[in-house]
Design a protein around this ligand. Structure first.
Ligand SMILES: [Zn+2]
Length: 247
């Protein structure tokens, strides 16, 4: 896959190198400009901006007229609050036959791509920048393997709530907060989540969740360690109502 065509500049190319840049081309998706929030037009080439602070950086896509491509050192960029950031999620049931023999029961899944137009980067070991978006979730306690298929022990940073035919997932750890709200559930999936008391949450930047994806592909990505996977315990309706009032 050739990946996304983006406008860069010599400094970005020199600092990131071809490996991190080609990873960004396959991960980033031009949905909305991270400066103005409007859509990219179909053939519009987005500008890549990188804001670096110490060993972390954030790369993001913008209309070339809103933000020129460039590297900015020592300050956070326009994206951290995530105002214009696109995320997409969906739910499905993984049949027990597809769980590598690790589960005798069907497993409800919440699949999310948390970051379409922006990616985290890290250069912790002096060996160069690498894309780090999914690693962040691993740091929050999600697993890079198949652990979530074996055990329904909840991941501390995750919680789930169901409201009718909609499910919401919250990630909460230190300063990190994600709320993936109101994703539709079928009656079958909702029933499974209620009887297990939890749902498996798989975080990936590999796919556009709105494109068709087979059980085989999800399984292959998990087995290859390309997703961060955890278990979100279902909070009682009372807890969920209390949280909603607080928001
Ligand atoms: Zn714009």
């Amino acid at each position: 896959m050739a990946g996304l065509k983006m406008r860069t500049d010599p400094e970005i190319r020199a600092r990131l190198g071809e490996s991190a840049l080609s990873h960004l081309r396959t991960q980033l998706r031009a949905v909305d400009c991270q400066t103005c929030g409007s859509r990219f037009r179909r053939w519009q080439k987005p500008a890549l901006a990188v804001y670096a602070e110490g060993e972390r950086a954030q790369a993001s896509l913008h209309h070339a007229g809103c933000h020129r491509p460039g590297w900015h050192e020592g300050r956070l960029g326009p994206v951290p609050e995530g105002r214009h950031l696109t995320w997409r999620a969906g739910t499905f049931v993984m049949p027990s036959a597809m769980t590598f023999g690790l589960s005798s029961e069907d497993i409800p899944f919440f699949l999310v791509n948390p970051s379409y137009e922006s990616a985290l980067l890290q250069d912790s070991d002096g060996e160069g920048w690498r894309v780090w978006t999914v690693d962040l979730f691993q740091e929050l306690g999600l697993d890079r393997g198949l652990e979530a298929l074996k055990s329904d022990a909840p991941t501390r940073a995750l919680s789930a709530s169901i409201d009718g035919e909609w499910i919401s997932i919250t990630v909460r750890a230190g300063k990190v907060r994600h709320h993936w709200l109101d994703i539709p559930l079928t009656a079958e999936t909702a029933g499974l989540v209620r009887s297990r008391g939890s749902i498996v949450v798989a975080v990936t930047t590999r796919v556009d969740v709105y494109q068709p994806l087979s059980h085989f592909q999800v399984e292959a990505y998990m087995a290859a360690g390309l997703m961060a996977v955890g278990v979100a315990a279902l909070s009682s309706p009372k807890d969920a109502a209390r949280r909603r009032r607080k928001r």
